[in-house]
Write a protein that binds this ligand. Structure first.
Ligand code: PEP
Ligand code: MN
Length: 260
């Protein structure tokens, strides 16, 4: 284990037992309907390792009212299983862990929850992988602290997702930190995933920024996609089509092979 010092030992995480494995995580921002889940999985399944779709979105305003949709999660979980895929689900609240646990292979901790230490501690008690998104203002030390909360509970199955920072730039919603990816690779053995969807908030930049992250050593990518991107109920500005995701997948394979 490590404390708040600049000298981080290489932190071990079991999650990526095969160093050549690349995570391909994709799906809609929100599980909107079972029909949408089935349509996406049918098209995308050969090109992903993990299906991801939120059931409780962290809306900025309570009136966004995304609500709890356990039935949509159940259907997505079993449908992903039919394709031999794992699923990843965002968990916002300690009280939801048990319910989500029944229908999730992996937990995602959203950027706004990345320093919800009670939640992280609780996930440290779980036997499943935890993917922590770096908060939009978190430093390297701070994300390491969040990782340590999970590791100290005994759960060594931790990965980090780089999803961009707040910045003064106005051509993007968030600024992806490629240097954070390189730094995490340099200092730890924790898998790091590039999320250029939230890492820019701009659909047209998702492809090039995903490749930049993979070029910096990321172990995989998270991409939000939708058969009709403009109709996405959440994060429509950054959603790309399934066809565009598949093009990214093909390029990521090439870049990842070069980097390794
Ligand atoms: C998401 O992954 O859909 C999401 C809301 O991401 P973040 O927590 O990074 O904002
Ligand atoms: Mn989203």
């Amino acid at each position: 284990m490590f404390g708040p010092t600049p000298d981080y030992p290489l932190v071990e995480s079991y999650i990526n037992p095969n160093p050549d494995q690349t995570f391909y995580i994709a799906g809609p921002c929100s599980l909107e309907s079972n029909e949408l889940t089935y349509e996406i999985l049918e098209k995308i399944s050969p090109f992903i390792t993990h299906f991801r779709g939120g059931v409780f979105r962290a809306g900025t305003y309570p009136s966004d009212n995304w609500g709890w949709k356990l039935d949509l999660l159940k259907a997505a979980y079993y449908e992903a299983k039919l394709y031999g895929l794992k699923n990843i689900v965002d968990v916002l609240d300690i009280r939801d862990i048990q319910n989500i646990n029944c229908y999730a292979d992996c937990f995602q901790v959203g950027a706004r929850q990345a320093q919800h230490f009670a939640l992280l501690k609780e996930l440290g008690q779980q036997p499943k992988p935890v993917f922590i998104k770096r908060g939009t203002n978190m430093t390297f030390d701070e994300i390491m602290g969040s990782v340590e909360y999970v590791l100290r509970g005994g759960n060594k199955h931790v990965a980090i997702i780089e999803r961009g920072s707040v910045s003064y730039l106005d051509h993007v919603r968030w600024e992806l930190s490629v240097s954070m990816i390189a730094k995490i690779k340099q200092m730890t053995n924790i898998p790091i995933i590039v999320d250029a969807s939230h890492g820019s908030g701009v659909a047209g930049l998702v492809s090039s920024l995903t490749l930049a992250g993979i070029g910096a050593g990321a172990n995989g990518c998270l991409v939000e996609c939708h058969p009709r991107p403009k109709e996405s109920l959440s994060d429509a500005e950054q959603a790309i089509s399934i066809e565009d995701y598949i093009e990214i997948y093909k390029k990521v394979r090439v870049v990842a092979a070069c980097v390794k």
